[in-house]
Ligand binder design. Structure first.
Ligand code: NAD
Length: 490
């Protein structure tokens, strides 16, 4: 039985219309909080992607001719409509992720803030004017749409993930095909409906539901999709880079992390404890920027470990507004985590707290992983080097700043990092030397702002940054314009 706000079958949106998958196939989507069927979802394949690309190709030229200021006005209308229906959107996010309504409401607010930022970019979309080495010649750059944007997203913060890609793609004059995450189909569906009703012309935002290999892969491979922007795992990002790279399409990859949080001996330990809990466990650890590695100075290790374990044992897990975090997104994800924890234990790691699925009466039906802290894991063990995307963090001892920095950098990933210290010397040096795209002093490993560029080094990305004005570089092409005048003709 579907919830009132979510239809029984989540359709695609192609050329402004809601349509089932061409094959008529669908798959089940479950509520992670109670394991019950939430809805069925259009199971799209290449034929659906092709139809969406055709609709986008038909709609894009007129949108490209629309002034960026006017595009921005339409995106403002979309933001206003999102604001008017913020609670409805948040309720859908809550139902399909299991995170609390309160958190979902905040996430929806973040999506609106991001939309407003990019709507405003319609009044800027700056190019550059510069000098020429030749007399009577003028040089400048202008921004032009990339064309058709293929957007593929993860489920962890579904409305934020939609907004991060759709708003910059549209303001730059592209038509978009959004491949929704299979675990959060309804959030993409409601966004498409709201945008359409707010006046976004048909064909500019097409939404394809379905699995990655069936619906995402043909989008990445489609010869008429000019730019692919992907948020998801490093494994899939690598695959997409190969497929899209072969046809020389532009690719932006926002991938995983195994982010370090350093607690120095001079840190405010209460503040550090608060931020470790939030960085490791909020959103059930399902953040690319969550803290998976807590590096603690030797001299305070036992004290901090005990503080953290005591505080973790008080966390409330569930889908309610009073809970600290909810379930993970699906059962497969949960089983993967349990397997990795068991393997780590076999190799000598010690589970300080958690490590298990929660099976008491309130949690048994949902996909709940207990907040988990682990110590004694080898820095080279699988649990130390791979992203788990769940409420699990490992503690490591470090003897001093140099060892903390070295260990922070000893990772295949390079997304975010954080240090807790009162020393400006340690803080500044850490910010300079840590090999990540984001670094934070005295707070958490996560958190980003609409006007700031987010992204990572090494296996966390391919050098691109979104959002901020840097996202405009993904979704537009720069054109050099040279104007030569004839002084005799003046
Ligand atoms: P995932 O890579 O399994 O899936 C992400 C999306 O890719 C889904 O829509 C999926 O259907 C699609 N997909 C899967 N295989 C595909 C293929 N072969 N071709 C095209 N598309 C395909 O990731 P997930 O488990 O859903 O999400 C978690 C991951 O996302 C984590 O690694 C997390 O760190 C990352 N993430 C990164 C950021 C960031 O900004 N860096 C933000 C959020 C999440």
């Amino acid at each position: 039985m579907a919830d009132m706000t979510i239809p029984d079958l989540i359709p695609n949106r192609i050329d402004g219309k809601e349509v089932p998958a061409a094959s008529g196939d669908s798959f089940d989507k479950f509520n992670p909080a109670d394991g019950k069927l939430l809805c069925r979802v259009a199971r799209s394949r290449e034929a659906d992607v092709n139809r969406a690309v055709e609709a986008a190709l038909a709609a894009q030229p007129e949108w490209a001719e629309t002034t960026p200021v006017r595009r921005g006005e339409i995106l403002y209308s979309v933001c206003n409509a999102l604001k008017a229906r913020q609670e409805e959107v948040a309720r859908i996010v809550h139902l399909e992720t299991g995170k609390s309504f309160k958190e979902a409401l905040g996430e929806t607010g973040g999506a609106i803030a991001l939309g407003l930022f990019f709507a405003g970019e319609g009044q800027r979309l700056y190019g550059r004017t510069t000098t020429s080495g030749v007399p009577n010649k003028y040089a400048m750059t202008i921004r032009q749409p990339a064309g058709i944007a293929g957007l593929i997203i993860a489920a962890n913060t579904p409305i934020a993930n939609v907004a991060w890609k759709v708003f910059p793609a549209l303001i730059c004059g592209n038509a978009a095909i959004l491949k929704a995450a299979e675990d959060t189909p309804a959030t993409a569906w409601i966004f498409g409906q709201i945008a359409h009703e707010a006046g976004l012309p048909a064909g500019l935002l097409n939404i394809i539901q379905g699995f990655g290999d069936e619906a995402g892969a043909p989008l990445a491979a489609h010869p008429q999709v000019d730019v692919i922007s992907f948020t998801g795992s490093t494994e899939v990002g690598r695959e997409i880079a190969q497929v899209a790279g072969k046809r020389l399409a532009k690719v932006s990859l926002e991938l995983g992390g195994k982010n370090p949080l350093v607690v120095c001996d001079d840190a405010d330990l209460d503040n550090a404890c608060k931020w470790v809990l939030l960085s490791a466990f909020s959103n059930a650890g399902q953040r690319c920027a969550s803290a998976g590695r807590i590096l603690v100075f030797d001299s305070i290790y036992e004290k901090f470990r005990d503080m953290l374990t005591a505080a973790s044992s008080k966390l409330k897990v569930g889908p309610g507004d009073d809970d600290d975090f909810g379930p993970v997104i699906n059962e497969t994800q949960l089983e993967n985590m349990l397997r990795t924890v068991r393997k780590a234990q076999e190799q000598g790691a010690v589970v300080l707290i958690g490590g298990e699925r929660m099976t008491d009466r309130d949690h048994a039906q949902g996909f709940y992983m207990a907040p988990t802290l682990i110590e004694n894991a080898s820095p080279s063990a699988e649990i130390s080097t791979t992203e788990l995307f769940g409420p699990i963090a490992c503690l490591y001892r470090v003897k001093d700043f140099a060892e903390a920095l070295a260990m922070a950098n000893d990772s295949p990933y390079g997304l975010t990092a954080c240090i807790h210290t009162k020393s400006i010397h340690r803080a500044t040096q850490f910010c300079q030397k840590v090999r990540t795209g984001v670094v934070v002093v005295n707070a958490g490993t996560y958190g980003s702002e609409p006007h700031m560029p987010f992204g990572g080094l090494k296996q966390s990305g391919n050098g691109s940054r979104e959002p901020g004005t840097e996202a405009l570089d993904i979704y537009s092409e720069l054109k050099d314009v040279y104007i030569n005048i004839d002084p005799e003709a003046l």
